[in-house]
Design a protein around this ligand. Structure first.
Ligand SMILES: [Fe+2]
Length: 182
């Protein structure tokens, strides 16, 4: 990621939107840019994970994310909209948190896995919220095919978040059993 873009506002004075369609496409541009960065971030999370199941979930979602990128590019092309660098500071911050955590060697492995799950869940929640907005606006604007396509990606994000949540819960259950039986 280009850190020079960190301070760039999402919708600054120079890029005020003039319509719901503009607002929607600005969101699609940020989703596209964020998903492209997310593929790299998920690969780093997979390398950093100690739990093999967690590493698998990160790789699995990386594959899904590549499909999301293709869908978003088709949407951009269909609306004659060019891709842009990632402008949304919230999304950029979440991605940077993931990278920072993945490279942190000071944490005990199981604790780091728990932290990786937490930060990845934050990332998924943000993506879900963005897809929800875009799908709603596309429906309002009568772009039902676009809404349907992006709803597929949104469903993947929800499944990915749910898998992480379940694995996190099962991982947290293990040390508690050890402590209560010794
Ligand atoms: Fe995702």
């Amino acid at each position: 990621m280009d850190r020079d873009l960190v301070a760039t506002p999402t919708l600054g004075p120079a890029e005020r939107t003039t319509s719901l369609h503009d607002l929607m496409m600005a969101q699609v541009q940020d989703l596209y840019a964020a998903e492209k960065d997310t593929v790299q971030v998920l690969a780093e999370l997979a390398r950093a994970a100690s739990n093999p199941q967690l590493a698998y979930l990160f790789r699995l979602h990386g594959s899904e994310t590549r499909e999301h990128i293709l869908r978003l590019k088709r949407v951009l092309d269909g609306q004659d909209t060019r891709p842009t660098p990632l402008r949304n500071r919230g999304k950029r911050g979440l991605l940077e948190d993931c990278i920072e955590l993945a490279s942190d060697q000071t944490l005990e492995p199981s604790v780091r896995d728990a932290a990786l799950i937490a930060v990845a869940q934050h990332l998924e929640h943000d993506e879900i919220a963005s897809y929800e907005s875009v799908c709603t606006w596309a429906g309002v604007l009568g772009l039902h095919d676009m809404a349907g396509q992006l709803a597929l990606s949104m469903a993947d994000e929800r499944r990915a978040e749910s898998r992480l949540k379940r694995l996190g819960e099962s991982m947290q259950a293990r040390p508690q059993r050890v402590h209560t039986t010794t």
